[in-house]
Design a protein around this ligand. Structure first.
Ligand SMILES: [Zn+2]
Length: 329
């Protein structure tokens, strides 16, 4: 079984659809909501297999194999990989393709990926079909969040939430597949509950670089003039690198708190244990907890596309100020 399917099977979403199918009441539409963008389309495939395969997604039958290749006549994926979702594309599905009878299965499934990117005309086209679904048609959608979707669309689809998974659960699934176990452990903590990120994070040196950078920043930031130096480095990062940096900072912070709590055995970045102990000496725990709060705010603002320079400065100032404030208490 594919790794993504193993994760899918752990979810309440999977159980809900399996129960629908079991009772012969498969919904005419489902919406998968997952923050794991890298796997959004993969979850959609897993759902299509669950709905269409006689054994609920065996991975081996003709339907499963063809769905995997996005090549099954009765299960169409839209848009094609690398293409954009458009109102015309949705229109073609809902006004024509939906009315073609299935060729070999008993239903036709339309899998629409990246539904959060649908504009209003596209959503309105879709809405008509969701209101009066043709017989033997199932529309399945995936989205990284549903706040761009019309309330009328949301109310007509059955929502399936893919949760974030714990670092331990993710590590357990990937353990046998990667040589460097220490690095994998860091990656699993860094992926923020999204197993679809593991592979690219592991292959990417940005992870070890970011961890090293966070450690050296926490060790060496002393005066406000240091802010300009670190800020200069942070604003040169691409969005992706900055995002990895924020995740790395959270993991390193957690390690530092573990050391302060006398649980050095729990730290993720064991290769940097010495530096992390030194940082644990330098910062008061109150400062670290306040800083973690700021880190959460900055991460949320970053996901909402706030200005990277401003966020970098906010983070660095908070680190310095909080440490200063808590030392004085
Ligand atoms: Zn199958």
């Amino acid at each position: 079984m594919k790794t993504v399917e193993k994760f899918f099977r752990k979810t309440a979403a999977y159980r809900a659809v399996a129960a629908d199918k079991e009772s012969g009441r498969t919904s005419h539409s489902y919406l998968i909501v997952t923050r794991d963008e890298a796997w959004a389309r993969e979850y959609l495939k897993a759902l299509a297999k669950l709905i269409m395969c006689e054994k609920g997604g065996c991975g081996e039958c003709r339907a499963c194999r063809l769905i995997e290749k996005e090549n099954y006549a009765d299960c169409e994926f839209y848009p094609k990989e690398g293409e954009k979702i458009t109102a015309d594309g949705i229109d073609l599905i809902v006004s024509e393709k939906c009315y073609v009878k299935p060729l070999e299965a008993d239903i036709r499934v339309f899998a629409i990926a990246g539904a959060e990117k649908m504009n209003l005309p596209a959503q309105n086209k879709l809405l008509k079909t969701l209101e009066e679904p043709p017989k033997n048609v199932c529309l399945i959608l995936s989205a990284t969040s549903d706040y761009t979707l019309l309330p009328t669309v949301k109310s007509r689809v059955k929502r399936l939430e893919i949760p974030l998974f714990s670092a331990e659960e993710i590590y357990a699934e990937f353990e046998g597949r990667f040589a460097d176990k220490a690095k994998l452990k860091t990656v699993c903590a860094l992926c923020d509950g999204r197993p679809g990120e593991v592979e690219s994070l592991y292959e990417n040196d940005a992870v070890s670089l970011s961890v090293g950078e966070c450690v050296s920043l926490l060790e060496n930031m002393k005066k406000s003039r240091d802010i300009a130096y670190y800020s200069g480095k942070l604003i040169k990062k691409t969005r992706e690198e900055f995002s990895t940096f924020l995740s790395a900072m959270r993991v390193v912070m957690r390690d530092v708190i573990f050391v302060q709590e006398g649980r050095a055995d729990m730290i993720v970045n064991s290769a940097k244990a010495g530096e992390i102990s030194a940082i644990a000496e330098k910062y008061r725990q109150g400062a670290l907890f306040t800083f973690l709060g700021v880190l959460d705010e900055v991460t949320a603002a970053f996901e909402g596309y706030a200005n990277q320079t401003m966020l970098a400065d906010r983070l660095l100032f908070a680190l310095l100020e909080e440490n200063y404030r808590w030392q004085k208490l």
